[in-house]
Write a new protein. Structure first.
Length: 144
């Protein structure tokens, strides 16, 4: 028996009624809008979940456990198993916190002061990219 699990989309019209916490699991762009699954066009009824959100991962584990232990599936097909490239990276509160934690762990207070001109990164956000400002426009550079 094959089991199909949709990893990268939440069809929120019905899902939020079943799992209200999922409203906090949505990937959001830098403007706070939900990031949608795209198949040649944006499917406005399919929000992408934030893969850094532990509640979402715990929910997904529950689904997989159910498929294995209760359904006794022989095979699990995870559909849309991908991450979105820039400019569609997640900017929700979980990802912002992760970015700030990364800066604190990678750079000492002194290094942050030298690199950014300040130590406190509590309000630093991940870079914002868009069609007019793609990451490739930065060219090649070295991060120490």
């Amino acid at each position: 028996m094959d089991t199909y699990i949709q990893w990268d989309t939440m069809m929120f019209e019905t899902f939020f009624a079943e799992e209200p916490r999922a409203q906090d699991w949505i990937q959001r762009d830098a403007s706070g809008l939900p990031i949608l699954l795209t198949y040649g066009y944006q499917q406005s009824y399919r929000y992408r979940p934030c893969f850094a959100n532990q509640e979402y991962l715990d929910y997904l584990k529950r689904i997989v456990r159910y498929a294995v232990e209760e359904v006794k599936t022989d095979f699990i097909h995870f559909d849309n198993f991908d991450l979105n490239a820039e400019p569609d990276s997640c900017h929700d509160k979980v990802c912002k916190a992760g970015f700030r934690r990364y800066l604190r762990e990678k750079y000492s207070a002194e290094m942050r002061r030298e690199r950014f001109g300040f130590e406190n990164v509590d309000f630093v956000n991940p870079p914002q990219w868009n069609a007019a400002n793609p990451p490739r426009a930065c060219g090649s550079f070295s991060i120490r």
